[in-house]
Design a protein around this ligand. Structure first.
Ligand SMILES: [Zn+2]
Length: 277
């Protein structure tokens, strides 16, 4: 696994996206420069930080090997960037771990966001089925990992700030992840489209006879279309090629601008009290 490259770009993309959330367009303030030191104290509600590694609780229950040094350093940069613009009521730990399944999760109990190494491998396998160039596969994996991290960040923020979320939380945090990826640039749209394609690939394994109707996640193909709708809605002109056969049907596409506006407005309103300006 070429984690250094992947996570470096992961970080670069996150920088780009978080700049949009805290930046001039949305809040009328310039984008704050990343702060190397602890951001606690800048915001009255900021009592915690994103930290890298396993939480003290996890370490006590199940002593784990430390993350590799390079990956730890990259995660630290991500954590520092998140700390510079998001207030937290307590510390939340970001880590990579071996999980015996391709997954990623936020645990309220241990206060951790974990991305499994197996998930990175799964994404790589998935994208290799549609793309020959390793360089492009790597890009697709990186984009999808960022989406995954932002999705888990959404679960985390709903939990720690007790944010209201009616309807399916899984759909709500998918929306947040996509909105964060969509920074207005063509690269942002490309990243979100790549992440959406992973859902389309995953949907190939969902057969009508064994659909998990009880699952809290929407079906992969629905998540694919929901993401495409937000991408298209964020900039219909730039993304007009997303509408058509095997892509977004016109019937859905015509309402996507409004859908994007409402989703973005909702998340920005929910997060506004916790954004460090
Ligand atoms: Zn989730």
């Amino acid at each position: 696994m070429k984690m250094i490259t992947k996570t470096s770009i992961l970080f670069a993309t996150i920088l780009l996206s978080t700049a949009t959330l805290a930046g001039a367009q949305t809040f009328g303030k310039p984008t704050p420069a990343p702060t190397p030191a602890r951001a606690v104290g800048k915001h009255p509600l900021d009592k915690g930080d994103f930290k890298v590694g396993f939480s003290p609780k996890t370490k006590r229950q199940n002593p784990k090997k430390d993350m590799p040094k390079d990956e730890k350093a990259t995660f630290q940069e991500i954590a520092t960037e998140l700390n510079s613009f998001l207030a937290l009521p307590r510390d939340v730990y970001l880590n990579l771990d071996t999980c015996d399944e391709p997954n990623a999760f936020y645990s309220s109990e241990t206060s951790e966001i974990t991305i499994c190494y197996e998930l990175i491998e799964q994404y790589e396998e998935d994208f290799k089925t549609i793309e020959k160039s390793q360089k492009k596969v790597d890009e697709m994996v990186e984009d999808t990992l960022v989406q995954t991290l932002f999705h888990e960040l959404g679960h985390c923020l709903i939990d720690v700030w007790e944010l209201p979320a009616t309807g399916r939380e899984e759909d709500a945090v998918d929306q947040l992840a996509t909105i964060l990826l969509l920074d207005g640039s063509p690269e942002g749209s490309r990243s979100a489209i790549n992440a959406a394609r992973q859902f389309e690939i995953a949907s190939r394994d969902e057969h009508a006879d064994d659909m998990l109707f009880w699952d809290e996640h929407s079906f992969s193909k629905t998540r694919f279309y929901d993401m495409l709708c937000l991408v298209y809605g964020s900039n219909p002109k730039l993304n007009k090629n997303l509408v058509g056969p095997n892509r977004l049907p016109v019937d859905r596409a015509e309402r996507c601008s409004e859908e994007f506006k409402r989703a973005e407005r909702s998340w920005l309103k929910l997060l506004a009290p916790y954004v460090i300006e």
